[in-house]
Each structure stands twice: as C-alpha cells, then as structure tokens.
Design a protein around this ligand. Structure first.
Ligand SMILES: CC(C)(COP(=O)(O)OP(=O)(O)OC[C@H]1O[C@@H](n2cnc3c(N)ncnc32)[C@H](O)[C@@H]1OP(=O)(O)O)[C@@H](O)C(=O)NCCC(=O)NCCS
Length: 480
C-alpha cells in the first residue's frame, strides 16, 4: 500500500514538472480549438470543465497536458485524439478497435437499433408494423428514398422494378459457364459484379438520376440472378421473369416453374418470402453493409460495391448461422436429448446456434416475426419435425440461468432455416435469400455514403509490428 502511495506521489510530481515545461512551450496547434491550453491545467486535483459541458477531458500522463474534446452524438472524433502528441515529431494518439466494436464509421438515418430493448426501425418505422402491413417493394422504396411513397411514386417504383427483372442474354451465358456444382452465392457475387460491365455508365455515381436507375436495376435483377444460380446447381433450365407476378411470386416462378405454361404461386408462401425479405432488408452497420460502404468509398460503381457486400455475407459468421441451427437441431434429433445438449453448451462444449447477438441483448424482434411466419408456411408445407425441437429448446434456454444472465435470446437465424428448409431450399441458398432481401439496405446505405460530405475513402490506421530497415540480400547470395 505504502509503495503504491509512493509511486502515485512520484507520478504526480513528475507530471507537475512536465506540465511546467509545457507551460513554457508554445500552445498546441491553434486549428484545434478544443485544446485546453496549459493555463487551464490543474495538476493533482480534479479539473472542472469551465465552459463546455458536452466534452471529455483527457489527460496525457506523459506530458501532464489536459485536453478538452467535444462530445457530439455520444461520440468523440478520433481525429481529435490525433492532436494529442508527446512532441511534434511523434504521431498523435489513435484508437485501436479491431472489428469496430466501439467505433462509429458514419452518420446514418437508415436504420435504428436498440439492442437492449429489442427495437429495430427502418427510417423510424418499427419492423413489426412494416412486416405486418407493408410489402418488400414498399419497404425498399422507404429505405432508398427515406420516406414512404405516394400512390403514384409506389406504382412507378413497382413498375420499373418489375420491368427491369430481365438480364442481358450474355449474363445468362456467363452464368451457364459456371461449374455444374458452383455455390449459388459465389455465382450471385460474380454475376452482380459482372453487371458493372453491362452498365458502364453506373460508374457515374455523382449523378443522382443515374444512381437511381442502377438501384432499380439491382433490386429488380437480384431475384433473377439468385433463382438462376439455384437452377444451375440443379441442372434445370433458367426461367425468365414473369412480369404479371409480384416480386416474391416472380422469384418463386423463376425458382420452381417446370413445364406448366404459367406458374401458380401459393400466396401464403409468397407472403412469407416477402416478409423474410423485409426482415433482412437492412441492419445498419453490419459486416456486409460495412463492406459495401468501404468499397463504395473508393467511388467505384454500385455493382462492384454490392458484390463486395455479397462476399461478406457469404461468410459463416454473417449469413451462415441459420444453416448451423439446422445442423444443430438435426443432431439433437428429439426433445428428450435437449437437457444433455444444454448441459454441453453450459459446459462450454459448443454454442447454442441461433441464440445471442452482438447488438441484441433482448429477443431479436425479427425472430418473433419469423416464428409467426413459420406457422403460415407450415400450414402449406406441413410442419417441419425439427420445429418441435426448436420450440422446446427455446423454452428451456429462456428459463435457464446461464442464458438469462448472459442475455442470450433467439436471433433472426433461429427459425429462418426451418422455413427455408420447409420451402425445399438447400442450405447453400439461405444466404442468397438473405442477399436478395438485403439489397435495398445496401443500396440505401451506399447512396447515403455518396451524398455524405463528411465521408472519405475508408482507410484505417494500423499498428505496425514488423521489422524495419532490413538490408536486402539478393537470392543468389542468400542461397549460395
Ligand atoms: C452472435 C454472437 C457471435 C455474438 O457474440 P458476442 O457479442 O461477441 O458475445 P460473446 O461471444 O462475447 O458471448 C458473451 C457470453 O455469452 C456466451 N454466449 C454467447 N452466445 C452464446 C450461445 N449462442 N450459446 C452459448 N453461449 C453463448 C459466451 O460464451 C460468453 O459467455 P462468457 O461470458 O461466460 O464467456 C454469439 O452470441 C454467437 O456465437 N451466437 C451463436 C451464433 C449465431 O446464432 N449467430 C447469428 C447471429 S445473427
């Protein structure tokens, strides 16, 4: 204890000395108005903020200098920290945040999430209301334009999306060139990227009208490309879009139509698919959206940016969890095995897939809606026997202290895989369905990025840990 006190007083003394030194040096960069210049610094006592209430006082114990950094919207500007320097020859302080767990990369008015309360809103509208009373294309309009359409705007939007579902025949030839067993998500990613070669004018991203037409094209063509990727793996002929059908119905037609002249979609299945698209339409700054924004920040065309988002979504930590849920439910097999499985999870042997979320510390609002959609789908397809296992698993987990204490609730993936399986989608198609739904969100965020004057090309810092100034010895000398 004594030793600790001594250490502290030593530290204060040396800080005092350092501050004295600093008091005699010129004030820091005058461009940084928020710097508390040395006359305001009080050493050894708590400093009171005199004039700015929404600010953070930071003391650099290396120099003893204190800085007042403005707090805006609950954040400080990382660049402000860059002004805190040991001296003019050393770089300023930076933050280290792998995975951006506590770093805002943008201002956005697209989607609001309150993870503690389990709230999700698109442009201010609760997801529950949109899922129940709207439809995917109206939600897409809302995300892209920021407000709900008038009747005229809606009709115009739906008309344009419907009539842009066709793709150039060369796209078809291009897709047919994939290996017979190509993963549909890989096909989708490549095909969306390839669209930039069909629409080179898309590179003119500063023209709002041009952006709008590319947005319409992409939302319209995603189901076509997704359905064709599905048919490809099955060795079936690709089905052209049917403009008489709704967005989800047309997708079903391109997926499942065989020799019939016109595909007759079940409206309950179409409604469930439409709802799933709504639920996946945006989720603020997740991995794939961040990828779209990051690639888009180079001012590349939107097809290239969205294809990067599809790549991010392809990864098992992002889009692939519902497949893992299905595998887990199959392994558990029946209700009597659940207690042993839960014990294994609590002992740290594995995770309960479809539970827990980085943001939601409450029931994921999308999971509640999907649970309801399950009932509608199973009414048509018959109940997936794994549903019983899933429901019992959820019941037990929600009462168990391990899950309660850690705020682990079902997430969007807990039930979605069951629906997709009931609709006879192979697991590889799950992320394709996710990508179709997420497209308006990616595009709304991309457009916001382009219009945001504060945005710059994404270029994070690094902490260099490698060697320096080595002397290169040519191969013939090294290997001699
Ligand atoms: C989504 C997920 C990656 C979020 O991770 P995170 O925010 O980094 O949370 P952490 O990994 O720090 O977990 C916090 C605690 O809860 C536990 N936990 C989190 N999710 C769990 C799960 N699904 N099953 C069992 N325990 C879990 C962790 O073991 C940890 O416990 P500890 O504090 O005793 O070490 C995580 O909950 C998970 O792996 N879930 C299963 C996969 C899934 O469904 N993903 C889809 C997300 S939409």
């Amino acid at each position: 204890m004594r030793k600790r006190q001594k250490t502290q007083s030593t530290r204060l003394r040396s800080t005092r000395e350092r501050v004295k030194t600093r008091l005699t040096t010129p004030a820091p960069d005058p461009r940084w108005a928020s710097v508390r210049t040395p006359p305001y610094v009080r050493v050894g006592a708590r400093t009171t903020v005199l004039d700015v209430t929404d600010s953070l006082t930071v003391r650099d114990n290396r120099t003893g200098a204190e800085y007042e950094i403005p707090i805006t919207d609950g954040t400080i500007k990382a660049a402000d920290l860059g002004q805190i320097k040991l001296n003019d020859d050393t770089p300023g302080i930076a933050t280290y945040d792998p995975g951006f767990v506590n770093t805002a990369s943008c201002r956005s008015s697209v989607t609001f999430i309150d993870g503690e309360k389990g709230i999700l809103e698109y442009r201010g509208y609760p997801i529950e209301q949109l899922a129940e009373k709207s439809n995917f294309l109206e939600v897409a309009y809302l995300l892209v334009h920021g407000e709900l359409p008038t009747k005229e705007q809606y009709d115009h939007w739906v008309h344009h999306i419907t009539y842009h579902t066709f793709v150039h025949e060369n796209v078809k030839a291009f897709m047919q060139g994939f290996r017979y067993d190509a993963h549909p998500m890989g096909m989708l990613m490549a095909s969306v990227g390839a669209l930039s070669t069909f629409y080179p004018e898309a590179a003119n991203i500063s023209d709002p009208d041009n952006r709008q037409i590319q947005i319409i094209r992409m939302i319209a063509k995603m189901p076509t490309l997704g359905a064709w990727a599905f048919r490809h793996a099955q060795g079936k002929p690709y089905v052209y879009p049917d403009n008489d059908l709704s967005y989800a119905e047309n997708f079903m037609s391109m997926l499942f139509k065989m020799s019939e002249v016109k595909y007759d979609p079940d409206p309950r299945i179409a409604k469930a698919l439409d709802t799933l698209f709504i639920l996946h339409a945006d989720h603020e700054q997740n991995c794939s959206t961040n990828a779209v924004r990051s690639v888009g920040s180079s001012q590349v065309d939107p097809y290239s940016a969205v294809s990067a988002g599809i790549g991010a979504l392809f990864g098992p930590l992002h889009g692939g969890a519902n497949e893992a849920v299905l595998k887990m439910l199959r392994r558990i097999g029946n209700k009597s095995e659940i207690p042993a499985f839960i014990e294994g999870v609590k002992n740290g042997n594995e995770r309960l897939m479809g539970f827990g979320h980085r943001v939601y510390k409450n029931y994921d609002p999308r999971a509640k809606i999907i649970k309801k959609a399950c009932d509608d789908v199973f009414e048509v397809t018959g109940v997936n026997p794994l549903l019983e296992v899933a429901q019992e698993l959820e019941k037990i987990a929600l009462e168990d202290e391990y899950f309660v204490k850690r705020k682990l609730y079902p997430n969007v993936d807990f039930y979605s895989g069951l629906i997709y399986e009931a609709l006879e989608f192979p697991p590889e198609m799950f992320t394709v369905l996710f990508a179709i739904g997420r497209t308006p969100g990616w595009l709304a965020q991309w457009q916001e990025l382009i219009e945001d004057k504060e945005q710059k090309i994404a270029r994070p810092k690094q902490i260099y840990t490698g060697d320096r100034q080595l002397t290169f010895v040519p191969a013939e000398e090294r290997w001699a």
